[in-house]
Structure formats: C-alpha cells, structure tokens
Design a protein around this ligand. Structure first.
Ligand code: ARG
Length: 308
C-alpha cells in the first residue's frame, strides 16, 4: 500500500467515522476490550449492512454476483483495489496459532493461512508480504499498516464494525484444554474457574462474557496459556479446535482437548479481514478464494497443513 494513498484513505476514513459516530470511535475502541458483549449488541441493532453480509456468509455456494451484493458497495468487474496498486499485498497475521499460522524453523511465518494467502496473492498477481503481529492489533491495523489480515479470524459482528470479511473459508469451534485427569467436562464445570485465553480472541470473549465468575488470564501467545495450564496457574484454556488439538499432541500425556460441543459452544467461521468499504479488494479476494477452491489448491492445503 502506498504511503500517500494510505494517509489519504486514513483521513477520509477518520472523517467519515467522525461523522458517523459523532467522534466517539476512540471510546468505542476501548469498549471492545472491556465490554465485547455490549459492543456486539450495539452492532446487531445498528449495522444492517453487517447483518446482510452475515446472511450471505452462511451461503457457502454464493456466486460472484452474490459476493458483490454482499459488500454493500459496487465493485466494477475486474476493478483493482488501490491498496494493490504497488503490486504488494501486505498481510497481517499472528503466528502463534498452529496449524493455521506459526513460525517455522527458519523463523518465517508458515501454516495453512499463510499458504492460502500466498496462493491468493499469486492469483491476484501481487507479491505477498506477511507481517507477524499481536492478534489483538490486527483489526485496527487493516487499511493502514497492513492491507488484509488472515489469522484464523472468526467473523463477529463486533469486528464487522471495523472491517469487512471475505467469504468464510473454514468452520471452527472453541475447545477446552484441561490437564490430564481434570474433571472439567461441561459448561457448568467452567463456572468460577481460572481460564487461560489468547488476548482478544473469541475464546477470551466466551471466558469473559459467558462463564460465570471466571477469572480470565489473557496471553499474547496461546502456548503461554497452555504452559500456565501445565504449571497449574489456570484450570483450563479455551481456544479454537485445531490449535487445541495441536497443543494436545505437543503436550501429550499432560493435557487433553475437549470438544466445544460438550460446552455448547457455537460454530464459528474463519474469513479474511479486508479494509471496510474496499469493495474491489473484497471481490478480488473472494474471486481468488473461489478459484483456489475450484482448482483443488484449497483441499491440498487442508491435507498438507490441517489433516496431516
Ligand atoms: N478464532 C479466534 C478469533 O478469531 C482466534 C484466532 C486467533 N488467531 C491467531 N492467529 N492467534 O478470535
């Protein structure tokens, strides 16, 4: 993304935010940390466009036309996002979330999401640069420091206030990791427990908002939560299914991962977050994703990174 364009866009976005929110967006950002549920409810009532794209997300077989309608803005067919004018797609992730993203033996971000976004970049004919950052910082960085984010990121109404989401590419659910021998087995057992989560994730929101009397410890790195579980500092860790399964096998014999269905956790959908209102970017990403699914690349990556 070119600096000048970024600055101009940021200016325009700030101005429209100021108009739309009465200059209250700073306060809102704080609110998301402390009161995720509140912010989400607000989104429910206020964001009709968000509801519309959610309805379309559920329709996995959405056509290209549907994808365009979903953005709420009109992208001319073949239009290229200004963010890609420099030939580079700058992607933010948080490489602490295997098998979707992790740092490989050479110190480079790798994983399913990283491979997927590189395949998307190839389809779009742009270079992909991956920035490894804190998960909590990703949403705010989209459209300035990074063009898009791919990070096993769940589509939520709250996030939709700040970004648009591509078509969903993976279904997920939260799991509960407990020490081997723990008797935590149902939603009722979580009440009053010390719960480890990754900061700003849906696991954090569940532990904070939905579990009565929970004492939540928030970590930047998921593995640190699991280490504290093994050290006895927390009673369980709430994290997405696939990372939970990876940690279960990494720490075999010490922890076990319990399916979230047992705790009545709902299904979540991962999608790529793009700058809000960048209809060209949204349709370019969706189109590339569709091609990658159609030509078998997607299934290959699932086999290579997730089912392996
Ligand atoms: N799916 C969860 C969320 O969107 C957790 C994602 C964490 N991803 C990561 N790369 N650390 O909140």
């Amino acid at each position: 993304m070119k600096k000048l364009i970024a600055l101009l866009l940021a200016g325009v976005m700030t101005m429209s935010l100021l108009t739309a929110c009465g200059g209250n967006d700073g306060a809102k950002a704080d609110e998301t940390v402390t009161d995720a549920a509140g912010a989400e409810n607000e989104a429910d009532s206020a964001d009709a466009a968000g509801a519309e794209s959610e309805a379309n997300d559920a329709d996995a077989a959405g056509t290209e036309d549907a994808a365009d309608a979903e953005s709420g803005a009109d992208a001319e067919a073949g239009e290229v996002s200004e963010a890609l004018a420099d030939g580079v797609l700058t992607v933010g992730t948080n490489a602490e979330f295997p098998p979707f993203e992790y740092v490989d033996d050479n110190g480079e971000p790798d994983g399913f999401d990283v491979a997927l976004i590189k395949a998307i970049g190839e389809k779009l004919g742009v270079e992909v640069e991956v920035e490894n950052m804190e998960f909590e910082s990703l949403v705010a960085a989209i459209g300035s420091k990074i063009d898009v984010a791919i990070a096993g990121m769940t589509v939520t109404d709250e996030r939709k206030e700040s970004v648009d989401f591509s078509d969903a590419y993976y279904d997920a659910v939260q799991y509960v990791i407990v020490p081997e021998g723990s008797d935590i087995a149902s939603a009722a057992d979580l009440a009053g427990k010390a719960i480890g989560v990754q900061l700003g994730t849906t696991g954090d929101f569940i532990a904070t908002d939905d579990v009565e009397g929970s004492e939540v410890s928030r970590y930047n790195k998921a593995v640190d939560a699991v280490n504290d579980l093994i050290n006895g500092r927390v009673d369980c860790v709430i994290i997405d299914k696939n990372p939970a399964l990876v940690f279960e096998s990494t720490f075999e014999g010490q922890v076990k991962a319990i399916p979230g269905e047992q705790f009545e956790f709902g299904v979540e959908e991962y999608a790529i977050a793009v700058p809000k209102g960048d209809a060209a970017m949204l349709s370019q990403v969706n189109k590339a994703l569709e091609e990658i699914k159609a030509d078998g690349t997607f299934d290959e990556l699932v086999k290579q990174y997730i089912e392996n």
